[in-house]
Design a protein around this ligand. Sequence first.
Ligand SMILES: CC(C)(COP(=O)(O)OP(=O)(O)OC[C@H]1O[C@@H](n2cnc3c(N)ncnc32)[C@H](O)[C@@H]1OP(=O)(O)O)[C@@H](O)C(=O)NCCC(=O)NCCS
Length: 159
Amino acid sequence: MAVPTLRPATAADMSRVAEIWHEAWHVAHPGHVPDGLTAARTLAAFRDRTPARVADTTVAEVDGAVVGFTMTADDEVEQVFVDPAHHGTGVAGPLLEEAERRVRAAGFAEAWLAVVVGNARARRFYERRGWVDAGDLPYVVSAGGATYTSPCRRYVKRL
Ligand SMILES: CC(C)(COP(=O)(O)OP(=O)(O)OC[C@H]1O[C@@H](n2cnc3c(N)ncnc32)[C@H](O)[C@@H]1OP(=O)(O)O)[C@@H](O)C(=O)NCCC(=O)NCCS
């Protein structure tokens, strides 16, 4: 398994970040969130969201290509997404560790994240790395001019 190289994202990465976010989101979420939200999660919508998030983003590279990313916001590990072609190849673990490090460096002793109830693979991934299911979290998001509530669980980890 190729060991990924992690680095802070640059503006030039954010188009690739949007592609990975779109492809991986649609592997894990359809059928587990409101259909209207799935329809609103277009590549164009992800492209609109990413430029403003450069400073929050760390990317993972394998053989010089960006294959995954993570975004943090204060004590929240907000996004962990890996190109589906690289699922199960050891890219995600270092990305999650880096997100935890960023939360700790921001001065927080505990990190949290929201994961959709039906996203079994991601929940398994987090639990394998010491994250604990701390309960129900109806996660409200705006997309395509509408508001949706995704059935999520709040996971936490002491850092
Ligand atoms: C979440 C994600 C980053 C994890 O990376 P990954 O490379 O798939 O992670 P791993 O393969 O190391 O771990 C997945 C675990 O789930 C297990 N698994 C795989 N498919 C599964 C399924 N359908 N149900 C339950 N567990 C499953 C794997 O066996 C592995 O467990 P193991 O380590 O005990 O073998 C990646 O799957 C992803 O990008 N998913 C799509 C986007 C997403 O859901 N992001 C998180 C949003 S909160």
